[in-house]
Design a protein around this ligand. Structure first.
Ligand SMILES: [Zn+2]
Length: 482
């Protein structure tokens, strides 16, 4: 009989790429054997994390006045064609259906502005209909030509898209700022994924937007991964869909639209990468599919242990804590390894000896500490330990993140920093079209991307553009990206 491996044993720091592929497989997050490039099966363990993330995000959206809807997955070609930059931007990535409607082609949605606005044209009549804030939980499809990477760059991804309409530009811009706050409150504070809010350069905004504010998180190898973006949609786009309303004094006006797209499958990639360690997954307590695994140790009096395990399970379940009992006949070492690798925050060991003192042992996944807890205090203890657990993960992620961003003054320094897995901050000529040429250099010569300028703080620039030597107008952040 072959002995099962009892350590995960791949260094996340030294070999992130292998670690990532291996953990997705071992922890049963995704299965890549479906047989269609860029499409993966998300297995129950991954699906449950994503579901918990969806619930938290949707509840945050409802708290800020959004309502849910469900839109069709197909979009008629004429909708795409209404706004030229949008069709140009998305056309290369669209999956067209073979089956037409009459003469018209139908697209599988790559994003749903053109589906929502079709209906906003009918739903928005008067200022009383505004603001209108609707989101949907959806999968969208983009025929990525670049190499795909599970959860990071796929041809199908699972996100929320919210499409909001306002009477004034001021209200719409306030929503864009609120979207960034939501990314901070949910993705950073709850899921523990730090990010830089970036106003995208003009050449990299959403096709059809006046401007885009993205958020970039950083993976352990220093590569940047794009997280939720929010966009102020251009009036040209809104007019193309003929969305209008009548204001308080009976004058016809065009509303201002925004959209926001947090992608759960991609955030999961960051959660896994940022928190995991050499023993496997480490998941925030709040979104772990199983928060507590109970492992019984049977001795002389198995009845007593069994009864206690049942009581613990019932108590935890009664407080909405996701609990599972591992009653399998695997060796305890195997059980420990398995649940640690799956990222379960707490393991409760129930054995006769401790029960004699009215205690159980709690093993804490991230710190690998063991603490004794009185059976009567277990539920409260788990709740407290859970909150501490998530703050610890957040603090660790923030510390990592801060060490990843460096400042450079010249091309050589920038190149060196990028190649050593850093995101670099430097003086740059312009984030408007005039800067596109220097951005081209960054892309070609440095194999990196100009992420943009800080959207949350104003950064003063001095000196010259590190690339062309002309007077610098902005401070940009540049990183290698997925
Ligand atoms: Zn320049």
């Amino acid at each position: 009989m072959s002995k099962k491996k009892t350590t995960f044993n791949i260094s996340k720091t030294n070999n992130f790429s292998e670690w990532y592929s291996e953990i997705l497989n071992k922890a049963e997050i995704v299965d890549l054997r479906y047989g269609v490039k860029g499409f993966v099966v998300i297995r129950p363990w991954g699906a449950r994390i994503i579901d918990k993330m969806y619930r938290i995000y949707e509840s945050a959206l409802r708290c800020t006045g959004h309502e849910a809807a469900i839109f069709p997955a197909v979009i008629p070609e004429k909708n795409f064609k209404r706004e030229s930059s949008h069709v140009e931007g998305f056309a290369p990535e669209v999956f067209w259906l073979d089956k037409k409607q009459g003469d018209e082609r139908l697209a599988l949605r790559p994003t749903s502005e053109t589906a929502f606005y079709e209906m906003y044209n009918l739903w928005i009549r008067s200022y009383r209909d505004l603001p209108l804030k609707i989101y949907q939980r959806a999968n969208v499809f983009r025929n990525e030509t670049k190499a795909t990477r599970p959860l990071i760059r796929s041809r199908e991804f699972h996100w929320i898209e919210s499409h909001d309409a306002f009477a004034t530009k001021k209200d719409a811009e306030a929503q864009v700022r609120d979207d960034i706050v939501m990314t901070e409150e949910v993705m950073h504070k709850i899921f523990g994924v730090p990010f830089l809010p970036m106003r995208r350069p003009q050449w990299d905004k959403f096709p059809g937007a006046e401007y885009t504010i993205g958020s970039d998180s950083i993976l352990p190898d220093g590569k940047v991964i794009q997280q939720p973006s929010t966009h102020l949609i251009s009036q040209h786009f809104v007019k193309a869909f003929d969305v209008k309303f009548v204001n308080e004094v009976e004058k016809e006006r065009t509303p201002w639209l925004t959209c926001y797209g947090p992608c759960m499958s991609r955030i999961l990639a960051s959660v896994i990468s940022v928190h995991g360690d050499d023993n496997g997954l480490v998941l925030p307590y709040t979104i772990a599919p199983v928060q507590v695994v109970v492992v019984p140790f049977y001795g002389e009096d198995s009845k007593k242990v069994k009864e206690m395990v049942e009581k613990i399970q019932k108590d935890l379940f009664g407080e909405h804590i996701d609990v599972r009992v591992d009653d399998s006949d695997k060796r305890s070492g195997e059980k420990f390894f398995y649940w640690e690798m799956k990222g379960v925050p707490f393991r409760v060991e129930v054995g006769e000896k401790e029960l004699a003192n009215g205690e159980v042992t709690v093993f804490i996944r991230d710190s690998r500490e063991r603490v004794s807890v009185k059976v009567g205090d277990l539920v409260e203890s788990i709740k407290n330990l859970g909150a501490e657990y998530d703050s610890r993960l957040l603090a660790r992620a923030d510390e990592f993140f801060e060490g990843k961003v460096v400042e450079c003054k010249d091309k050589v320094g920038v190149k060196k920093a990028l190649n050593s897995g850093k995101v670099v901050r430097f003086a740059f000529c312009s984030a408007d079209v005039e800067g596109a040429e220097c951005a081209g250099f960054v892309e070609k010569e440095l194999e990196a991307r100009v992420m943009g300028t800080r959207a949350d703080v104003g950064e003063k620039v001095v000196g010259k553009c590190v690339v062309c030597g002309k007077k610098a107008g902005v401070v940009v952040y540049v990183g290698k990206s997925y």
